[in-house]
Design a protein around this ligand. Structure first.
Ligand code: SF4
Ligand code: SF4
Length: 459
């Protein structure tokens, strides 16, 4: 959590208090060999900073300690995945991890000195410190993965890469992130301790040891301060990188009457939130109320204008070489390029989905959470049973029909009738409530959509 602006002066005051106390204690002791003052430690650090020896030692130790940490990350993920797949591997690994976790660093260092050269010692020790912490973090993350989602992914034969991004990464990353935070601190402490014992030339540990035997307490404090700063800086950078590589998110925007008046402003505001795929859906009226009767209701004419304004802003970005994913436009581009669209509304038929309500009730679509379409409860029926039951079949069958008006429509091939929730009726008088919006949009944007599809196809 970031400190609030109000708490910053209080924190600075606390730091100033402890520095003042340190300065007073150093003056009271009066012997720098035992306790240097903060000013003397700072002076030593300033003298060290411009020297090549200082930066050489920083690079030497950082490279090895972070190398051991990276090795720990890779091995922990691989071993935790193997333990998930095989109970035998899990049983074999558990005592090893317990042993590594419980063994004192000093015992490891002495033992490791027999196996590896002093220069490689901090890699091995950092690795051994990071491994059990990260292994247990990854295992916790794996155990927290949503079982229902995994079952659904299996039923729908979702490819392994997508499962990894959509289910495993969101489950594992939070625990792995906390594990990395702990492991990085441990790696720095134990890595430098290993260097102090192994004394590899050109390391921070070696500098600490020399400062100790020459009674240069100022250098001892300066190097300790450097280790703390390096540990904190690498932790921040690594966690920021991890956060940046986090879970994919889409931004869903519900288009109301009010919001539809400013399509370009909405588009620019959402873009400012980062490079997320965008999705816009018209705000629904209650199922049992006449359409357009609410203050927030989105009239078809307004929705048409909104789509055109949104398209202009999106197309400008496209011409400038910036592709922003908007799901509706993506689907139209896919259709124009001869590929299947990603949404049921653009595909011309309802799809096989399951919506799980808070009480476990299952429904075939979030627009049809109605008693008539209750498919049972997640506690009593399996995903397969809910998807293959009679009600699901009826829902899909009805979802394959299209309003009659679509049959002779020049935009039928790309529009395909839209979402069933917007159909007013299926007979001769029926049509999609937002049909005028779609027609306005295609009249306005179809030639440019075709051009965009051509450009994207040839990229
Ligand atoms: S009602 Fe609309 S959103 Fe629901 S499954 Fe059918 S097409 Fe898709
Ligand atoms: S534009 Fe209207 S009539 Fe044409 S396919 Fe779409 S919903 Fe049907």
């Amino acid at each position: 959590m970031k400190p609030s602006k109000k708490s910053i002066p209080a924190r600075l005051a606390a730091a100033a208090f402890w520095l003042a106390l340190w300065q007073w204690a150093a003056m009271a002791v009066g012997q720098e060999v035992f306790l240097v003052s903060p000013l003397r430690a700072l002076d030593t650090l300033v003298r060290l900073l411009p020297t090549a020896d200082f930066w050489g030692r920083v690079a030497f130790s950082s490279g090895r300690i972070l190398g051991g940490f990276a090795l720990g990350c890779g091995c922990s993920v691989a071993l935790a995945a193997a333990a998930r797949l095989s109970r035998t591997v899990e049983l074999l690994l558990d005592p090893v991890m317990q042993l590594v976790k419980a063994t004192p660093v000093a015992s490891f260092v002495i033992l490791a000195l027999v196996w590896v050269r002093g220069r490689e010692l901090s890699i091995l020790i950092s690795f051994l410190m990071a491994l059990p912490v990260l292994y247990s973090a990854v295992r916790t993350g794996i155990a927290s993965a949503d079982v229902q989602l995994l079952e659904m992914a299996r039923v729908f034969r979702i490819p392994a890469g997508r499962r990894l991004r959509a289910i495993w990464l969101p489950a594992v990353l939070p625990a792995f992130r906390e594990g990395c935070r702990t492991a990085l601190g441990l790696c720095w402490k134990s890595g430098v301790a290993a260097e102090v014992i192994g004394l590899p030339d050109g390391s921070i540990g070696d500098a600490l040891y020399r400062a100790k035997i020459t009674l240069s307490t100022g250098e001892l404090f300066a190097w300790t301060f450097v280790i703390i700063c390096l540990s904190a800086a690498f932790e921040r950078v690594f966690l920021a990188l991890l956060d940046g590589a986090g879970v994919e998110t889409n931004l869903l925007c519900v288009v109301t009457n009010q919001l539809s008046r400013s399509p370009q402003k909405v588009y620019q505001s959402l873009k400012k939130l980062g490079n997320h795929p965008l999705q816009f859906i018209p705000c629904l009226d209650p199922l049992d109320a006449p359409r357009g009767g609410m203050p927030y209701s989105l009239p078809p004419a307004r929705y048409g204008k909104f789509l055109c304004g949104l398209f202009d802003a999106w197309y400008r970005d496209l011409e400038a070489g910036r592709y922003v994913s908007i799901r509706l436009f993506d689907d139209y581009l896919r259709i124009l390029a001869g590929m299947p669209p990603s949404t049921c509304a653009a595909a011309g038929a309802c799809g096989s989905y399951l919506v799980v309500e808070g009480d476990g009730s299952l429904y075939p679509c979030d627009f049809f959470v109605l008693d008539d379409w209750n498919l049972g409860s997640i506690y009593t029926v399996s995903v397969e049973e809910a998807l293959n039951g009679e009600k699901s079949r009826q829902f899909l069958l009805q979802g394959q029909l299209r309003p009659q008006a679509c049959g002779s429509c020049p935009y039928q091939a790309i529009c395909r009738g839209g979402c069933r929730r917007d159909w007013t009726a299926l007979g001769p008088e029926g049509g999609n409530y937002y049909c005028p919006a779609f027609r306005t949009f295609f009249d306005y944007a179809l030639p440019r959509l075709r051009r965009a599809a051509q450009v994207l196809l040839h990229q």
